[in-house]
Design a protein around this ligand. Structure first.
Ligand code: ADP
Length: 606
């Protein structure tokens, strides 16, 4: 039931469409029922059994009056136009009823299509917005793939299994209720018998399809095993051939293949069996009803006549399909519920980085950045331990240390990609957690190790952080970042597309665009994840030059991978296992005998 509530939560905004849908379904069921009951006058006319009614009687607001009126009208009509004319009338009525019924079904489906498309759209966009709000620490590498699956596969699964079933779940119970009501009014004895027989045969059919489901699950598992053998073979072909192990692999494959084929045969046989069984059971039920109804009619029981019995059976047979649909829809929804659960887990994940209600604005950076007794842990594993560091305005501070020392984590705390576990990060004496998030991030420009470009033009990539891009400014930023020349060499210049993730550019070019982006945003504080290691010498020179120009008159925090590039930093901070182990200028640190920095330096010098 909890899960049903989850589903309802996502459907709630569309409750009026849902109500409209049910209303259309109700009307269409009524017209359907009306068309089926037309069989009664049809038979009566055909066998010349229409009673001559001279008056509809006193007006009453009842279904009985409606019936009487219809009988009166029909008898008058036959009187005037003859039997053939009356048959034509009934046939035309049937067509009109069927037209209305199907038109209403279309309208119901239309409103359902709206609900389906909108709910799925909402789910996707909710997931996407959530991704933008969750803290960076949420997205470990394994999680990224998982979130992708949830946004694509799970949402699609909901679309296919849950949303498609909703159409049936909103329609079929309505039809069943209307039909059963009619059956009950026609003959409550027969109706009661039908009500007992129906679930019984439904249960029998369900039994067959349940074993089918479990076998097909087994089949899927086996197919997985089969595919993993193939994959193993493909990746290990060199070894298989080299060790003459073809026969061994063949035998392994043959065994799995055989097993799969056995299960597949079983599944197919059961699937083929399901339909005849359900049809046969349906026939038994209908025949029992016909038989009992026939006896009642023969005995001249109250209102059971041969034509009402036929109408009864026709209407009853119309219940079978919707009943089957409901059970299919129900199982299908169960299947999709797992996906709803998985999506809900992401949507309900805690957003730890939120702005305080009374957050303070900050327009500029005046004095200093300070890390005070900062601790940070991923899953209770501390990666920063008691960090104390003061960066004065205008300084260039480099953080060095082995990979995994905690350098990126330290830098991520400043723009609040993550929040400290203990201690505080302050800008001009104010905790970053007390500041307006947008203001805080406007103060910073980020150039990351792997430059991130978006699949749009050079111009849009450079002006990514500003709302209105002035072409002169974009060009100026590109010039400073040494990117202007190569941009102009492309076919459309600044309007040229960079390709997905900048795939049409070299690493150095990508990096220069991302530097131009930072120059364009013109923030007072820079966070540089230094990235010249993977570049060739020429590119490195251009990028390095661009970085130096970018850093001019700003306060910079550099994560340094190569020590040669940060020798002129005002302060070098050496991190090891999350602790600051040394600080000083290049000269000071090099003078420390057996110091961490000196060791790092000598490793890189080799
Ligand atoms: P550096 O930048 O110095 O290479 P990081 O700050 O990236 O180091 O990482 C510090 C430690 O935190 C590493 O041991 C890393 O494995 C771990 N770590 C980084 N990101 C995550 C994460 N999202 N989830 C769990 N552990 C992480």
């Amino acid at each position: 039931m909890d899960k049903a509530r989850l589903l309802l939560k996502y459907l709630k905004p569309y409750k009026w469409s849902a109500i409209r849908n049910i209303l259309y379904n109700l009307l269409s069921a009524i017209f359907a029922l009306f068309s089926y009951t037309l069989i009664i006058p049809f038979i009566n006319i055909l066998f010349n059994r229409v009673a001559i009614v001279t008056s509809p009687g006193e007006f009453r607001l009842t279904i009985g009056y409606l019936g009487d009126f219809f009988k009166y009208y029909l008898s008058a009509f036959i009187d005037k136009h003859g039997q053939a004319g009356a048959l034509l009338l009934v046939s035309l009525l049937f067509i009109v009823a069927s037209l209305l019924k199907n038109g209403l079904i279309f309208m119901a489906n239309n409103s359902m299509a709206y609900i389906r498309a909108c709910t799925v759209r909402d789910l996707r966009s909710k997931m996407y917005h959530k991704v933008l709000r969750l803290p960076l620490s949420f997205f470990t590498n394994s999680r990224k793939g998982d979130i992708m699956t949830r946004i694509s596969n799970d949402v699609q699964e909901i679309e296919i299994s849950v949303m498609a079933s909703l159409t049936m779940l909103f329609r079929d119970p309505v039809s069943i209720i209307i039909y059963v009501l009619y059956l009950f009014i026609t003959s409550y004895q027969l109706c009661l018998i039908a009500i007992v027989l129906l679930p019984l045969s439904g249960w029998l059919i369900g039994l067959a399809s349940r074993t089918l489901r479990s076998s097909s699950l087994l089949g899927q598992q086996n197919l997985g095993r089969l595919l993993s053998v193939v994959e193993e073979t493909l990746t290990g072909l060199r070894i298989i051939k080299g060790f003459n192990a073809e026969n061994k692999m063949k035998a392994q494959f043959a065994a799995t293949n055989e097993q799969y084929s056995k299960i597949f045969k079983r599944v197919t046989r059961k699937a083929y069996l399901a339909s005849p069984i359900s049809e046969f059971l349906g026939t038994i039920v209908v025949m029992i009803l016909l038989y009992i109804g026939g006896i009642l009619a023969l005995k001249g029981h109250s209102n059971m006549t041969s034509e009402t019995l036929i109408a009864f059976v026709v209407v009853f047979s119309q219940i079978l399909q919707p009943a089957k649909n409901i059970s299919t829809a129900w199982f299908s929804i169960q299947k999709g519920m797992a996906s709803i659960d998985r999506i809900d887990q992401v949507l309900e994940a805690e957003e730890t980085i939120v702005e305080k209600e009374n957050a303070l604005p900050i327009q500029g950076f005046n004095d200093s950045i300070e890390f005070k007794g900062v601790w940070y842990a991923y899953n209770n594993e501390p990666v920063l331990r008691d960090i104390n560091l003061k960066i004065l305005k205008g300084q260039t501070v480099a953080i060095v240390g082995k990979s995994g020392a905690g350098k990126s984590t330290l830098a991520d705390l400043l723009p609040r990609f993550m929040d400290v576990g203990q201690g505080s990060v302050q800008i001009d004496g104010v905790d970053v957690r007390d500041l307006k998030m947008k203001d805080l991030r406007y103060l910073m420009g980020i150039v990351s190790q792997h430059p991130i470009l978006f699949n749009s033009t050079f111009k849009e990539n450079i002006a990514f952080g500003v709302d209105k891009a002035d072409m002169d400014k974009v060009e100026n930023a590109a010039r400073i970042a040494n990117a202007h020349d190569f941009i102009l060499e492309t076919e459309k210049g600044y309007d040229n597309f960079v390709g997905e993730s900048g795939s049409k550019l070299s690493g150095g070019q990508r990096q220069r665009i991302s530097i131009a982006r930072a120059i364009m945003a013109n923030p007072p504080i820079l966070i540089l994840d230094e990235a010249t290691s993977a570049l060739d010498t020429e590119s490195e020179r251009l990028v390095q030059d661009a970085i130096l120009k970018l850093m001019k008159n700003r306060t910079s925090l550099i994560i340094a991978h190569r020590l040669s590039t940060i020798q002129h930093a005002d302060l070098i901070v050496v991190l090891d296992e999350g602790r600051i182990v040394e600080t000083g200028t290049h000269a000071e640190l090099m003078n420390k005998k057996d110091g961490f920095y000196q060791k790092l330096h000598s490793f890189q010098a080799i």
